[in-house]
Ligand binder design. Structure first.
Ligand SMILES: [Fe+2]
Ligand SMILES: [Fe+2]
Length: 216
């Protein structure tokens, strides 16, 4: 990557972190310090998954990484935007990207990729791009990582029966994702299926072990 591209990406990362710092300096109401730390680490992983997918798929690596850095920026506000958080993030990102020197086409591509990452809907007209598919794919790959699995199950760790029931129910969902094709790129699908296979194997072991918990 060109040094200027790396510099622009660093400036975008600083922009996101400055927004996080501004919110956190005002205290915690709707979100916790952990939520912001989780969100930033998730963002960094999405950037790396996005880079990997963009390189393999022949997409624009810088634009993909820029969109990945900004895809959840609205989650650093102390506001719950729900399914709108992609579109809100795109609106926050746009003036900053323009000031950074990206062309109008590049700004639109990045903002579209950010806007549609939740539910495929943007609030402005733009064709689907390979970069927009990759940002959604990279986000989904991290959302199905083992760390997220740990977070989903940690409160059940000391309630064994409830844990096993939750595992059984989650397995149905994961197997459905395994058979549906919700990913936009072949590389994203490969990474996503790898994540699903790890989670499915882990939870199947958990359920199988519970069946050994019987009277002698
Ligand atoms: Fe998101
Ligand atoms: Fe995300």
């Amino acid at each position: 990557m060109q040094p200027e591209a790396t510099e622009r990406l660093q400036k975008i990362a600083e922009f996101v972190l400055a927004r996080r710092a501004e919110t956190e300096s005002q205290g915690y109401k709707n979100f916790t310090a952990f939520d912001y730390e989780y969100r930033w680490k998730h963002t960094l992983r999405v950037v790396q998954y996005g880079k990997q997918i963009a390189e393999t798929e022949g997409a624009d690596v810088e634009l993909t990484m820029a969109a990945c850095l900004l895809h959840d920026i609205s989650k650093f506000d102390d506001v719950e935007y729900g399914r709108d958080h992609g579109r809100v993030s795109a609106r926050i990102a746009r003036p900053f990207l323009e000031a950074l020197g990206y062309t109008p086409e590049q700004v639109n591509n990045i903002c579209f990729s950010i806007a549609v990452h939740v539910d495929d809907k943007a609030d402005f007209e733009h064709p689907v791009t390979i970069e927009s598919k990759i940002v959604s794919d990279a986000d989904n790959v991290d959302r199905f990582g083992v760390y997220r699995l740990l977070l989903q199950f940690k409160d059940h760790a000391e309630k064994y029966e409830a844990l096993v029931e939750k595992a059984k129910s989650r397995l149905l969902t994961l197997k459905k994702y395994r058979s549906d094709n919700i990913m936009g790129t072949a590389t994203g699908k490969r990474l996503f299926n790898g994540q699903l296979d790890v989670q499915i194997s882990f939870l199947e072991h958990l359920v199988e072990d519970s069946e050994l918990t019987v009277d002698v």
